[in-house]
Design a binder for this molecule. Structure first.
Ligand SMILES: *Cc1c(COP(=O)(O)O)cnc(C)c1O
Length: 357
């Protein structure tokens, strides 16, 4: 049966990225060896690393003065690396969900943390807008897309202090004005690559200002100096990331990607709003995520939840069960998810409505 992959992460990748990576795992760059069996210090792999960094910068239109790094540890290690490298006295955090809360918790180990606003009391169903960023903070941390709750900050904001963003689940989904940020990071396993590699985009001039000593592996400057090769980088995920970036460029880059993402999400949200059985969980519509679309059964149809899930599974849909902290359903509509998958879900929702309503 054809599968429709709505997984939240790790999640769907472009088929050609998967296929090209399989080829390289069999025979890497004509070496007759597997990508998994060659040194990261070979000229063949160095070429992969160089091209990945170059294409990453090109597609995101990253200005001069920024470095792009590929590290281990996931976005979760960045929750601690960011304050280790940037928090001297005080940092500000916007609390918009589970991941934002985890980032904030780590920062507290390093200094004073101001939670400028939080939507926790409403189970993170919106993005707080009324808050002041303290001008004496070392940085301000945001989570641009809240993977679990399905909210997203769609605009690049102005911040009086260094802006730091966790973009794990919306990187490459839209054009980003990288110049507004001091640091952007994320686990690659939502929109870019298989699990195992973490990307970091950092403005070089914000580093080197801490009075505390920083362990070598946790110091961004180590990885800038050694071009993400201080130790063995995750070679297979980096290779796969390169294939995803090539695909992104081939379809027309971020302007086209953004158009497609808005189109897909728009279709699904319209159905959620129209269909009498379902409702969206994000209360402020402008905060709805283009990547993770959360919805539940309307109150009077609550007992049909398991039924609908089973109905969707019978049609080949995978990964639709909502996160336990929200319940209901979550359709992750990442870059590589084709529009036909969204259409298949809409068809299933309409068919289910006909049977049950
Ligand atoms: C998935 C996710 C994380 C966690 O990433 P790991 O690489 O598993 O540590 C952090 N932040 C956001 C926004 C995520 O979606």
């Amino acid at each position: 049966m054809k599968k429709y992959n709505f997984n939240a992460g790790p999640s769907i990748l472009p088929q050609e990225a998967v296929d090209n990576t399989i080829e390289a795992i069999k025979n890497f760059a004509g070496t007759g060896l597997s990508l998994m069996e060659v040194s990261h210090r070979t000229k063949e792999f160095q070429a992969v690393m160089d091209e990945t960094v170059a294409l990453f910068k090109e597609i995101l239109n990253i200005p001069e003065g920024y470095s792009v790094l590929f590290l281990g540890g996931g976005a979760s290690l960045e929750f601690c690396m960011v304050p280790y490298n940037l928090l001297e006295k005080k940092a500000a955090y916007l609390n918009t969900g589970t991941w934002a809360s985890k980032a904030l918790k780590e920062a507290k180990l390093f200094g004073e943390v101001v939670e400028v606003a939080s939507s926790k009391a409403d189970n993170f169903t919106y993005i707080p807008k009324d808050y002041t960023i303290p001008a004496d903070a070392d940085y301000f941390h945001i989570t641009t897309n809240n993977t679990i709750f399905g909210t997203e900050i769609h605009q690049d904001m102005d911040s009086p202090v260094t802006l730091v963003a966790d973009m794990s689940s919306d990187i490459f989904s839209r054009p980003v004005d990288v110049g507004k940020y001091g640091l952007i990071y994320g686990g690659a396993q939502k929109n870019l690559a298989p699990a195992g590699v973490t990307f970091v985009i950092v403005k070089d001039e914000i580093l080197g200002k801490m009075s505390r000593p920083i362990p070598t592996m946790l110091d961004y400057r180590t990885h800038i100096k050694d071009g993400s090769m201080f130790n063995t980088p995750p070679v297979v995920p980096i290779y796969a990331a390169l294939q995803t970036l090539k695909w992104l460029k081939s379809i027309g880059g971020l302007t086209e990607m953004y158009r497609l993402n808005k189109e897909k999400a728009g279709l699904l949200y319209a159905e959620i709003d129209r269909n009498k059985l379902f409702k969206g969980t994000v209360t402020v519509k402008e905060d709805r995520s283009l990547m993770n679309i959360c919805f539940v059964m309307n109150d009077e149809y609550k007992d049909l939840e398991a039924d609908f899930l089973q109905f969707a599974v019978s049609k080949g849909m995978v990964g639709l069960k909502g996160h336990r902290s929200v319940g209901g359903f979550r359709a992750s509509t990442y870059n590589a998810l084709p529009k036909e998958s969204v259409q298949a879900l809409i068809d299933a929702m309409q068919e289910f409505e006909k049977i049950k309503y």
